[in-house]
Design a protein around this ligand. Sequence first.
Ligand SMILES: [Zn+2]
Length: 267
Amino acid sequence: MNFRSLAIGLILSLVLGPQSLKAFVHISPSKPHLPVSPNNPTITFQWNGSAPVLSDKGDVFDGIYADSSDTELMEVLLKAAMGKWNEVESAYLNFEVVLNKNAVTNSEDEIYAIVVEDQDSQTVAAAALPSFQSSNPDDSPLKKNGHIIYDCDISVSTNAVSAKYLLKTLTHELGHCVGLGHPHSDYNSIMSYANSSDTAELGLDDKAGISFLYPEPGVSQKVKYMTSCGVLALRSDDDPRAEGGYRWPTLFLLLLPLLLGFRKQFL
Ligand SMILES: [Zn+2]
């Protein structure tokens, strides 16, 4: 193998390699999922009706809730965060929220709750508590299954937070209830710690994750396999790869060894 073949191989692996590493991550190796089915797709969260002190209300939803109360906007934020996951057409899972002032965080009561409450941490806006492993031999078969997320409470801090950041955080925490963990290879994923975007949009991996766990019957034609690396991918209009965003840098890298060879030969 000559130098030029080596260089082209290295460049190809650099260009294609990062894409092949992209993948959603399950919250546990047992790949647990919520107890839903296409005929019974809804998980209902009980919200205790409280809200943190919300700042910068005008920064979300085109400012139409700028003068709303914290509680009014909190309800809208919860529904919007759930909507991000509900809108994935290739997944049947459906979240909804109802008001229950008595809702509490209890990881064993099999009630999905969103509770705004005082927290010790000053830095965590919200945290999800998915339950899918029971060590109690007296528990029901559902709890002992090991593959069923039989409870997932989201605890939201009463500490002041911007509306935009809380929307993103709620969307992320709901992703844990979906059954997804933290990927470390895709900065566009809402489930990634490294996501630097300030919006709550799902990434390609997030959509692939919920579609893997809750595949909508009859829409498999919307799932495409990328021939370059075999990663399960969904068509997405807001994914940069769908717009050819990588095309020019890729072309430049592929031509680089030829340009270098030209320079060596004639200069
Ligand atoms: Zn997380």
